[in-house]
Ligand binder design. Sequence first.
Ligand code: TXA
Ligand code: MG
Length: 326
Amino acid sequence: MGAIRRASGPAAIAEAATILRGGGLVAFPTETVYGLGADATRDRAVARVFEAKNRPEFNPLIVHVPDISAARLLVEWNEFAQTLAERFWPGPLSLVLPRLPECPVSILAGAGLSTLAVRAPRGAPARMLLDRTARPIAAPSANPAGAVSPTRAGHVLDALGDAVDLVLDDGPCTVGIESTVLDLGGEKPALLRPGGLPAEEIEAVIGRLAKPAEAEAPRSPGQLASHYAPDLPLRIDAGGAGPGEALLSFGPDTPAGAAVERNLSPAGDPVEAAANLFAALHELDRSGCAGIVAMPVPETGLGRAIMDRLRRAAAPRPLVDPPGRN
Ligand code: TXA
Ligand code: MG
C-alpha cells in the first residue's frame, strides 16, 4: 500500500518529487481530480501508469507543465494556444497540439500520436510538485480505467493504493470534474471533452468551437460511450428512484422515496454540483443499493460536463473492456 502524506508540507512535496525523479508513481491533487503522476520523460515510469490503471496503451495521457514556456518546449505552439493559455492557465484546460520533433516526452505517454495534450494545473500542491520535480508530469485521473475519477485522496488509496508509491492529500478537489480538452491542431479549435472550463467561456474568447464529426473515430478516448462508470447500474431520470435505488439529486425540489440520497447542490448551483459529483458517485456506489438514479442537471456552464459524465456512466457497459477507457 502506498504511503499518504498531507500535501501542505514542503517535506511531503520534496519526497514526492524525489519519487517521481526516480521513476516512481505519485498521486497528487489538482483543482479538477487527483492525477496519477509519473515523470513524462521516462518510458518505464509512464508504462507503470498504464499498468496501474489497466489502461489501453493507445489512450494518451495529459502532460502537466507549470506554464506556457514549459509547454512550448514540448509542442508546436500557435496563436489560439497563446490566447487561451494566457487567459485560462493555470486552470482546467488541456490543449492538444503537435509534438515538437525534439519533445522529450515518452512516446508511450502520447500513445504514439503526433500530438500531445498539455495543461498547467491550478492548486498549490500540483504547482509546487511541478516546480520541485522540474520535469513534465504525465498524469491521467488516478482511477482504474473506465471507473469514476477520484476527488479525494481516499478514493485513490481505495482503488489504486497498492500501485502508487505516494498519495499527496490536499482534501477535496475544488472543481471536481476533469479538464476541458481542446484540439488546437486542426483548422478550427475543436472540443474533444467538455470539462471543468465551460465551453461558453472559451467561445467568449476565440469564437465558436467545432465539434468532432459524429461519424469520425473518437479523437479523444474520453469520448467513448461507456466511461466514468460506477460499479452499480446508473440511469438518468427526473422522476426519482424506484424501490431499492439510490438517488443522485440536484436542486431544492427532489422526489421523495429514495433509499439513499445525495444532493449534488440543494441550491441548484452547477459549480457546487461538479465539485461534489464524483465523491457522491463513489458514496452511492457503496450504499448497498441496487442501482443509482441521477436527476438531470441543466446543460449550461459546468452542467454540460456533468451531464456528459452522467450519460457515459449510464451508457451500456461493454462485456469486455474496449480500448480507450480511462
Ligand atoms: O483534469 C484532468 O484532465 C485530469 C487531471 C489529473 O489533470 N486528467 C485526466 O486525464 O482527466 P485522463 O487521462 O483521465 O483523460 C485525458 C483525456 C483522455 O480522454 C485522452 O484520450 C485525452 O485526454 N487526450 C490526451 N492526449 C490526447 C491527444 N494527444 N489527442 C487527443 N486526446 C488526448
Ligand atoms: Mg480519466
